[in-house]
Design a protein around this ligand. Structure first.
Ligand code: ZN
Length: 305
């Protein structure tokens, strides 16, 4: 909390804040009743406003450069963190931990993976991170990914191979995982992007929809047995698989319930109006399609040719 207060104080004393106050004082000192103001005073005000505007533009320009620098550095950092994690997780299986060398190597991997995993966290959460690090290290030490590979039955005919995990946090990078607790597939695409979901039903009629829209109440929903909305298994105990309407694949940015993001030409504008529910729905729809792709590529040749 003390750092918040210090942050507030720093912002009050900032160069920008002094600059704003300076303008305000100068402008206020020129203020007179419009009826009694002289033409000269109006000219002075106009000049002050023009000067202020050009200085703001200058600051804006510099700030944009600062944001770009931040984005560039962040992008490079994320890329490096991902590469480190990828190399570490994709290392071939270790020999049995009978020698001290292999044990050390495992521990080094784990600490580097934990470092990459947690690079976005705040320093103030250090104690919490330590315990998370320990969990991750323990998990990675115990993990033999091949032993955890399971075949998840998604229909009478089809299974999808995935690495069994107990929570999304344990899902390995770039590999399809399946969480038994939330009963959903998980694909960790980068350290901070996770796609979750299942193959849902696709409704072609607008009536009788089930688990299509997101329940506003989630864990506070009082009508769980009769509620036709979808409850997120990561937020509340739920077996709900998200379903979709056929129209949710149709790009129509003005219409709720349709796909509102994904057209290359309008990506920049489209993102402005989207909500976290839109993100959840499109993400789960993406997992639906990824799983369909896996089935198609694994089974079409086997069954149809
Ligand atoms: Zn509900």
């Amino acid at each position: 909390m003390s750092s918040d207060r210090e942050g507030g104080k720093a912002s009050q004393d900032s160069v920008i804040n002094n600059f704003i106050l300076g303008f305000k004082n100068k402008y206020d000192s020129l203020y007179r009743d419009p009826e009694t103001s002289s033409l000269k005073e109006f000219k002075q005000k106009k000049k002050l406003l023009d000067q202020f505007k050009s200085e703001i533009d200058y600051i804006k320009h510099d700030l944009m450069k600062a944001f770009k620098l931040y984005d560039d550095c962040k992008q490079t950092f994320d890329h490096q963190a991902n590469e480190i994690t990828k190399i570490l997780i994709d290392e071939p299986e270790l020999p049995p931990p009978s020698t001290s060398a292999s044990t050390n190597k495992k521990q080094n991997w784990a600490s580097l993976v934990a470092l990459a995993e947690n690079h976005n966290h705040d320093d103030s959460d250090e104690a919490k991170e330590d315990s998370n690090d320990t969990k991750i290290k323990r998990k990675i030490r115990e993990d033999n990914l091949q032993q955890n590979l399971i075949q998840v039955k998604v229909s009478n005919r089809f299974t999808i191979p995935a690495f069994k995990v107990d929570s999304a946090k344990e899902a390995p990078l770039y590999r399809l995982a399946y969480c038994d607790t939330t009963r959903e597939f998980i694909l960790r695409v980068t350290t901070d992007v996770i796609i979750r979901g299942n193959i849902g039903e696709i409704f072609t009629e607008s009536n009788g929809l089930m688990n299509v829209r997101i329940c506003t109440y989630q864990d506070k929903c009082k009508n769980r047995k009769s509620c036709h909305f979808w409850h997120d298994p990561t937020k509340t105990t739920s077996d709900d698989v998200m379903n979709f309407t056929a129209k949710s694949w149709m790009y129509e940015p003005e219409t709720v319930g349709r796909r509102r993001f994904g057209n290359h030409k309008t990506l920049d504008e489209d993102i402005a109006g989207l909500t976290s529910d839109d993100v959840t729905i499109l993400t789960r729809q993406t997992m639906h399609d990824i799983l369909c792709c896996i089935i198609l590529q694994r089974y079409v040749n086997r069954f149809n040719n």
